[in-house]
Write a protein that binds this ligand. Structure first.
Ligand SMILES: [Zn+2]
Ligand SMILES: [Zn+2]
Ligand SMILES: [Zn+2]
Ligand SMILES: [Zn+2]
Ligand SMILES: [Zn+2]
Ligand SMILES: [Zn+2]
Ligand SMILES: [Zn+2]
Length: 1754
């Protein structure tokens, strides 16, 4: 380590190291492990001998260097250490243990072993784990992948997660699974004996084993718990104490990586890289020596580190330790791992080790060695803990006998271990306390610990003891917590987790002992609840807004954590009547004790109305303290429901203290809480801030409501069922502070004159109160309250969620509370009520409510929020209207109440209720009153409906005499004071036709019908109970008929209306078709025609190049500027028009990702290699602007961006500095503009077409003339060549473009230059035009591939924007040379021409196999223009030249294809019936063989080969067709507008080529050319080298194949090691979808420097794999990641879906995931279309938080 820290020390140290190296290696040779072992065996005191050996060797072998300069050296040193440890230290131990050669001894052991059926595989971080949702005893029971695949659970509903590391596979543990405990591999053999495995081993082996394990374990424990820095335990002192120390840095959770790295660089003056490596190791292992040397040297480093880190917080922990101490500690870890390995071979050895571990120690504070380790756990460093925890898992936890003994020790130490953990600053996974999950979740073990060790009570008491702050009443007070205490509060929550493990499986049988201990535990728990009862009280703030938001989260966190515990306790109670009754008594007792203080301070108050009177006390929620936390009341409510469910109350009433209960006191606190909610809704608590709003939110939220809101409603139901209903309602009225409004007319009169706010407040309160009453009488879907099953409860929940809208599976799961097993019960009911709709390529699968369940919809469902309620109401009314039904939403039929709650219904017919109903109905009669609301009326109508349903139901099930519920009779009586009016019924009848109540008309009608119906039922049953008439006929019949008539009429009207609309629409359609007749005829004709195959070659009239070229489709181009809306003609001399465009580098077509990117300064782009490893792609959104309009816009964007950066310093989705902007119309990401240029001239058919010879001759002459002119310029004299007629070398053609167009040509050229080469713009660079041609060629090629792969026709299927982009890009490239000096283009043409027609005299010519022919074609056609314009002769024949160039390049390509497509298969072809084409192919091939000889194999027939040639040349021809089409604006032939047969012929004629391309090569001139191509040495080399040759057609690149099952990927990733940090697991394994490379992302270890910046592995990879653009799959997150450059990226939904059609980003839900091929194809298409950058842009625009992510660190 210190080698790098300068000074003179290194030499000295290295010398010392070398010396010891030498000494050791000589001892290697003379050392015999066997002899040593024998000596030990004979010794009297084994420990002494072994210690002596260790004292001698350990310090010399381990930690002698302390670290090395480079990772390679460090690696070598590690290897050396490993070897020495094995030979000198471990080998003698193995000999001693086995008494023979270790490898054969171990093999024998394994052979004789009868392994226990436990799998016990310990999970790596990130490894997939599986849990069966049907069979697992609890969610902590998991299987490893191997076991899972071999188990029955594969076919069950399972959950998949990734392990956080540390747990182990439960396969083989019978208690962990309800069934299927064994996988195929771990099924115990029938012969498996229950014998003690130790007895199967030879006795002498066992005794040696006991001795050895004792010595080693004692040694290890002693060393790991050793806290001296400079001494060693007795017997281990080294022969001499050298002055060699290590400066040891320890891990903590306080300091960040950056702080540590920075400090280390200062303290031990190491490089940043080394510091990162130190920090990584410290983080992983818990400690790392950062310096090696004498004491002073190390101490100095220590003080620097301490000084540097002590400023803000406590300093980093550093120790200067003697190297011998560290060496022994290192060996102690090795010894533990060694024992862990050895016991894998034999269960007998394992048991022996367990025995030694737990053996009673003679004296001292620790009972056993394991005890000592456990109790020192928090003092050890992370690495040591991991090693010994691993050993415990391999030994004690795998042995069923000793697991129990260990569990008892663990439980005994529980309190102490937890207290240590509170002070420990390590995460829980590395604390021994985390083993609780392995012990407590075993049901028999948990029960044993509960009974024998008081575990339940211990856990609860420990928990309570750690929560210190209490108020005067002894309640928790979290707002006084400091940060330190808050941290502890976080830690202490793990105790609740332990409690949950203990309770998770309830006992099937109870012993008295268990009852006793459970109830003791319950006592402790009740004490805990008592501390929570009434905590965090709030007082309404009036006048001023609250100053500081009070702390509320801690209390709710506690509540949320305890909720599952309470549910479990209830389940336990429920399983034993004795326990239930006792628990109920305890709860009542404690609650009465707390209540006794309640009424004391408050004054009594008596209320009277409607002839009823009740005593209560003066208390107003709006003025006094009120608390949301009432866990005691709620627990009692829960137990009461259980009493009702189990009917204990009915059978054993004498055992229950029901008499002790005062119903008014029971309801008091829950009622206050509910009133608080109502008042908050009414806006009375606005000044209490967000803290209260949040509390109210969570009170109703699915995470808390089961143990809060739901239980409060139940408590009110309990109270109401035990009270006089009028009394109950009076207390409710009083608590709502509404008593006077209903009891005195004056009050209401006064209210009328009150302020609007107050009126509204009161209205809301009344609404809320009515809603509460509806819930109290109507909510019966809790088993015990109503006569329902838990199944019904879940189903009702789902029905109501789906009544809002169709929902995805995950949404439904979120809306339901989970039980202890993380199950909601959703799956059991979902299919019975809903139908599933599959997702498309986007979106997710949805469940839709089946229509016959819609009648169960209850508008006042208690779990609806206000928003939910109004959404559901709207949706349901809409549905009913669509079905032509009325829009009344009456209450559904409620289930019958349980006997204990049966008197609840009387609330509905109580006097006060009728008075309330009468009052509201009376108010509703006055339309302009304003002191009532429709919501109020709606609720009253609901209550009336509920009462009528109740009465109807009772009449249906019992006889009239038994029915005491007489609501229908009561509502006919006139109302009483204070609102003496007509009866409720009369009021309803009068409201039925009130115009201002139109919305409620249907509901009122429904009620009146019900009344009539109920009355008939009563009359019928009273007059003749013997007559068996189905109740509810007769009057109802006629009513129903009338109703049906009405509905029919409405439906008829609706049908007529629809028909009218349809008629109008079809009329419009006809009109449209008439107008566009031709179009429709064409469309229908073409589809019919294209199918039959044609035998004749089509007669194609369109030709896109050459002398027969067809003229341009249209000559004038008119375009409109999207910015100023002005229309403009595209002309060479006109105002420049531009197209927004995006240029990017691309490797999408690359056939060689390993090719190293060229050095930009010296890169020669003139010849593209056929592997197309790097190209530049141009795309456009197709939006056109004036050049100067665009410039103004871009300047404005720049200014805005500068201002914004000053303000916010953030990024935008586009990078203005790199010229990026968003298209002003469509916001598409762009970084340049393409100038629009006019069409080329129409062809001149009058000129003669020169033959190939003539043209070549002329061109050669022209080239010669140019060359000599160039030479002359540079001062070299030469012979004057013959200049062809009219060719003027010195001619300067007139620039065909206006200055503004020229400027735009330069702008675009420079953008391409910048992007392609990553260089600053340089207009003088001769490569500028080449790069422009290159992007044109590359873009055309990539679009040709896309069309081919998607099986689309070559022409006519591209979207407009791509069409526009390609045509402007092609025309631009044909003219871009005009912006460069003319000689530049000349030189390029000359070089291209010579490559095509190689001159055997020129030496450095290019091999024909190293050129992409399409690029060559484009470049030569483009550059030819510059030569051609010098020709001032009469017969200018640019078209002929293009055709000749095409012919030449095509032949070259054919040769290329023939040379590369030869395979065995092609040669062995036997079919010899040759067509002309085949013959010619053979002929050409044989010509090639003539030149190349034996390199090419002999060919028997040309059939296969000619097919290969056609296939190989097709992409080239298609690309060429696109190119000339856009260059010359020729209309495409109709044959190419569709796919199908005849394409080849059409293509050839369009390109003016013969159908048999081979005819081209028959030209004698070409014979010599072919010869010249073949003799290039490169050709022979490539053919002999084989391998890397590009073959044609180049196969399209695809994204890598992904496995169908996502867990395969997780498993792959979990065994992926970080390539940099020597065998570490990667934290964020990420898969490159382009090349399949796995990367270690988002981690310091794998950062690389790119362009002077440290970037993460993904970003670094994009620069080698995707030219800066990457598509990845983050395996642990199940997330697709797009990255572009260093600053941009976004996440994209993964192509994996669960069975419910949903993705699981973050793998939170754990449903099995499967590949969705369509979605993956969509991603692939996005990549191939070069659309990824655009997707990132749009995502970042839509979501600003994406912009802030440091993408480069991923
Ligand atoms: Zn397993
Ligand atoms: Zn297994
Ligand atoms: Zn299962
Ligand atoms: Zn404009
Ligand atoms: Zn646009
Ligand atoms: Zn890659
Ligand atoms: Zn890494």
């Amino acid at each position: 380590m210190d080698i790098t820290s300068g000074s003179s020390r290194p030499a000295l140290k290295m010398a010392a190291a070398a010396q010891s190296d030498e000494a050791l290696s000589s001892e290697f040779l003379s050392f015999s492990a066997r002899d040593t072992a024998e000596r030990w065996l004979e010794a009297a005191d084994l420990q002494q001998e072994v210690y002596r050996h260790l004292a001698q060797y350990v310090p010399r072998i381990l930690c002698v260097g302390g670290g090395a300069a480079s990772s390679r050296e460090e690696h070598r040193e590690e290897q050396r250490e490993d070897l020495a440890v094995q030979l000198l230290l471990l080998a003698p131990l193995e000999w001693l243990l086995l008494g023979e050669e270790p490898s054969s001894g171990l093999a024998l052991l394994q052979e004789n072993n009868q392994p226990s059926p436990l799998c016990g595989h310990v999970f790596r971080v990130g490894e997939p784990t599986y849990s069966c949702r049907e069979c697992a005893a609890d969610p902590t029971c998991v299987l490893c992948m191997q076991c899972f695949l071999g188990s029955v659970h594969k076919e069950h509903r399972y959950r998949m997660t990734t392990s956080g590391g540390g747990g182990f596979c439960d396969c083989g543990d019978a208690e962990a699974w309800k069934r299927g405990s064994y996988c195929r591999k771990h099924t115990p053999a029938d012969t498996h004996s229950q014998e003690d495995p130790v007895s199967l081993l030879p006795a002498d082996l066992v005794s040696r084993c006991v001795c050895l394990f004792s010595v080693l374990l004692q040694y290890s424990v002693e060393m790991l718990t050793w806290d001296q820095e400079e001494t060693l335990p007795a017997g281990l002192e080294p022969p001499e104490w050298a002055d060699t120390y290590l400066c040891m840095l320890f891990n903590d959770e306080v300091h960040t990586y950056e702080q540590v790295i920075y400090t280390l660089q200062k303290a031990v003056s190491c490089s940043q890289k080394e510091a990162v490596s130190f920090a990584t190791t410290v983080d992983r292992d818990g400690r790392k020596s950062v310096r090696f040397g004498d004491f002073q040297f190390c101490d100095q480093a220590k003080s620097v580190i301490v000084r540097n880190t002590s400023r803000q917080s406590k300093p980093l922990r550093v120790q200067v330790m003697h190297s011998s101490v560290v060496a022994h500690q290192c060996f102690a870890l090795r010894a533990l791992s060694w024992m862990g390995n050895i016991i894998q071979y034999s269960d007998g050895l394992r048991r022996t080790l367990c025995q030694v571990c737990l053996q009673k120690l003679p004296e001292g504070q620790f009972s056993s060695l394991v005890d000592k380790l456990m109790l020192n756990d928090s003092k050890m460093w992370k690495g040591a803990r991991n090693v010994y925890h691993q050993l415990l898992m391999n030994s004690l936890l795998m042995d069923l006998k000793y697991k129990k003994v260990f569990a008892i020790q663990f439980a005994k130490n529980y309190r102490r271990l937890q207290t240590d953990f509170m002070e420990d600053d390590h995460e829980r996974v590395v604390s021994v306390t985390s083993l609780s999950v392995q012990l407590f979740t075993v049901p028999t073990m948990a029960r044993m610990l509960m009974v024998e060790q008081d575990l339940m009570t211990t856990i609860i008491r420990t928990f309570v003891d750690h929560l210190r702050h209490r108020d005067l009443q002894g309640r928790f007070q979290f707002d006084r917590y400091t940060a330190q205490q808050a941290f502890k509060f976080g830690r202490v929550q793990s105790l609740i987790g332990d409690l949950k493990y203990v309770l998770i499986s309830r006992p099937s049988e109870w012993s008295d002992q268990l009852r006793l201990k459970f109830l003791e535990g319950l006592d402790a728990f009740l004490e805990l609840l008592k501390c929570m009862q009434g905590m965090d009280p709030v007082v309404r703030q009036v006048g001023q807004h609250i100053e500081m938001e009070p702390e509320w989260e801690a209390a709710f966190t506690l509540q949320m954590k305890l909720s599952p515990i309470i549910s479990l306790l209830e389940e336990w109670c429920c399983s034993d009547e004795q326990v239930l009754v006792a628990a109920y008594r305890k709860c009542v007792l404690l609650l009465s004790a707390t209540h006794s203080s309640l009424a004391d301070g408050e004054q009594p108050l008596s209320l009277s109305v409607c002839g009823h009177a009740v005593e209560t006390f003066r208390y107003q929620v709006s003025q006094e303290k009120v608390s949301i936390h009432l866990p005691l009341c709620r627990l009692l409510a829960g137990l009461h429901v259980l009493l009702s469910r189990t009917q204990v109350a009915v059978r054993l009433p004498e055992q229950l203290p029901l008499g002790d209960l005062s119903p008014p006191l029971l309801i008091e606190l829950p009622l206050r809480c509910l009133v608080l909610c109502a008042q908050v809704h009414a806006g009375m608590w606005r000044r209490n801030g967000f803290s209260l709003i949040n509390q109210i939110y969570y009170y109703h939220n699915v995470k808390c409501r089961v143990e809060m809101f739901d239980k409060d409603i139940i408590m009110l139901q309990v109270g109401a069922s035990m009270m006089d209903p009028d009394h109950f309602l009076m207390i409710v009225l009083s608590r709502f502070e509404l008593f006077h409004i209903f009891s005195s007319a004056d009050c209401r009169k006064r209210l009328r004159e009150a302020s609007k706010d107050l009126v509204q407040q009161n209205n809301t309160l009344i609404e809320e109160m009515l809603h509460l009453i509806i819930m109290v009488v109507g909510e019966r879907y809790v088993s015990g309250v109503g006569q329902v099953e838990p199944f019904d409860e879940v189903r009702r929940e789902i029905i109501h969620q789906l009544s809002i809208r169709p929902m995805a599976h995950s949404e439904l799961v979120k809306a339901l509370p989970e039980n202890g097993n993380k199950e909601t019960g959703l799956e059991r009911v979902i299919d019975s009520v809903a139908s599933f709709k599959k997702p498309g390529v986007t979106g997710r699968g949805l469940y839709e409510l089946q229509s016959d369940w819609q009648k169960h919809f209850n508008l006042y469902f208690h779990h609806y929020s206000r928003a939910d309620q109004s959404k559901a109401e709207e949706a349901q009314r809409k549905l009913r209207r669509q079905r032509g039904e009325d829009t009344a939403l009456p209450p559904p039929l409620p289930p019958p109440l349980s006997p204990l709650f049966s008197s609840l219904v009387n609330l509905l017919q109580s006097d006060l209720m009728l008075a309330l109903q009468g009052a509201v109905l009376l108010w509703a009669g006055e339309p302009s009153g304003g002191v009532w609301t429709e919501a109020m009326l709606q609720r009253v109508l609901h209550l009336v409906g509920l009462a009528l349903l109740e009465e109807q139901q009772q009449l249906e099930t019992r006889g009239e005499e038994d029915v005491s519920f007489r609501y229908s009779c009561k509502i006919t009586r006139p109302g009483e004071a204070p609102s003496p009016s007509g009866s409720v019924l009369a009021l309803l009848e009068s409201l039925q036709n009130a115009p201002h109540l139109e919305v409620h008309k249907d509901m009122i009608t429904w009620i009146l019908k019900m009344v009539a119906n109920v009355k008939t039922m009563r009359e019928r049953s009273s007059c003749s109970s013997t007559v068996t008439v189905r109740p509810g006929q007769g009057l109802e019949e006629t009513l129903r008929d009338r109703d049906q008539l009405e509905r029919k009429r409405k439906a008829e009207m609706a049908r007529l209306r629809r028909e009218k609309i349809m008629a109008q629409m079809s009329e419009m359609q006809k009109h449209f078709i008439n107008e566009n007749k031709d179009l429709f005829l064409e469309a229908s004709g073409s589809t019919a025609e294209s199918s039959p195959p044609r035998s004749d070659p089509p007669c194609v009239s369109q030709v896109c190049l050459g002398p027969r070229r067809s003229s341009a489709a249209q000559s004038r181009q008119l375009v409109t500027c999207i910015l100023c809306q002005e229309e403009q003609e595209v002309r060479g001399q006109g105002r420049a028009m531009v197209l927004a465009a995006f240029v990017q580098r691309s490797t999408v077509l690359s056939k060689n990702r390993r090719r190293i990117l060229p050095e930009p300064m010296h890169y020669d782009p003139l010849f593209m290699h056929p592997d197309l490893s790097l190209g530049t792609h141009t795309a456009s959104c197709g939006h056109i602007m004036h050049a100067n309009c665009w410039q103004r816009y871009f300047e404005a964007v720049q200014v805005k961006e500068q201002r914004r950066q000053q303000r916010l310093r953030g990024h935008t989705s586009y990078d203005v500095e790199h010229g990026e902007f968003l298209c002003p119309l469509c916001e598409c990401l762009s970084n340049t503009v393409i100038p629009l240029l006019p069409h080329t001239n129409s062809p001149d058919h009058s000129v003669d077409h020169p033959s190939l010879e003539t043209w070549l001759e002329t061109t050669n002459q022209q080239i010669a003339a140019l060359c000599s002119a160039h030479r002359k310029q540079s001062g070299v004299e030469g012979t004057e060549p013959e200049v062809p007629e009219g060719f003027r070398v010195d001619f300067t053609p007139q620039n065909p473009f206006s200055s503004s167009i020229s400027e735009m040509i330069t702008t675009f050229s420079m953008s391409i230059y910048k992007v392609s080469l990553k260089l600053n713009p340089n207009e003088q660079d001769p490569r500028v035009p080449v790069l422009s041609w290159a992007t044109c060629a590359y873009t055309i090629q990539s679009i040709e591939r896309l069309l081919m792969d998607e099986d689309k026709p070559l022409f006519g299927s591209l979207p407009c924007r791509q069409d526009d982009c390609l045509s402007s890009l092609t025309r631009f490239s044909s003219s871009c040379w005009t912006a460069a000096p003319p000689t530049t283009a000349h030189t390029h043409f000359i070089r291209l021409f010579t490559a095509l027609l190689p001159d055997s005299r020129v030496e450095d010519s290019l091999c024909v196999l190293d050129i992409d022919m399409f690029h060559l074609l484009v470049y030569s056609v483009m550059s030819y223009s510059s030569i051609h314009c010098l020709d001032q002769s009469e017969h200018r024949t640019v078209d002929s030249a293009h055709l000749h160039l095409l012919h030449l390049v095509t032949v070259a390509h054919l040769v290329q294809i023939l040379l590369t497509s030869i395979t065995e298969e092609v040669c062995m072809d036997q079919d010899s019936e040759g067509s002309e084409e085949e013959e010619l192919t053979c002929q050409l091939y044989n010509t090639l063989r003539k030149h190349l000889g034996s390199v090419l194999p002999e060919l028997s027939s040309g059939c296969q080969l000619s097919r290969c040639v056609r296939l190989g040349v097709l992409p080239f021809l298609r690309a060429a067709a696109l190119f000339f089409h856009y260059l010359n604006s020729t209309a495409p032939p109709t044959e190419l507008l569709v796919t199908g047969p005849g394409q080849w012929e059409a293509l050839c004629s369009f390109l003016s080529l013969p159908f048999n391309l081979l005819q081209l090569q028959q030209h004698t001139l070409l014979e010599t050319l072919i010869h010249r191509w073949c003799v290039h040495p490169g050709v022979r080399q490539a053919l002999q080298g084989g391998g890397g040759m590009v073959r044609f057609p180049r196969e399209s690149n695809r994204l890598i194949g992904l496995p169908e099952d996502y867990s395969t990927l997780i498993n792959q990733a979990s065994s992926f090691l970080c390539p940099r940090s020597g065998g570490d697991k990667s934290r964020a394994p990420t898969l490159c979808l382009v090349c399949g490379c796995m990367l270690c992302s988002q981690s310091y270890c794998c950062q690389t420097e790119v362009g002077g910046e440290d970037v993460g592995a993904c970003t670094a990879h994009t620069f080698t794999c995707g030219a800066g653009l990457g598509l990845f799959l983050r395996v642990r997150e199940s997330q697709v990641l797009f990255v572009a450059g260093k600053t941009k990226g976004c996440f994209y939904p993964p192509p994996y879906l669960d069975d419910y059609g949903e993705t699981d980003q973050g793998l939170k839900r754990g449903n099995p995931l499967h590949l969705c091929a369509e979605r993956y194809r969509k991603i692939e298409r996005l990549w191939r279309q070069h659309g990824v950058a655009e997707v990132i842009g749009h995502a970042q625009e839509a979501n600003q938080t994406l912009v802030a992510i440091d993408w480069q660190h991923l």
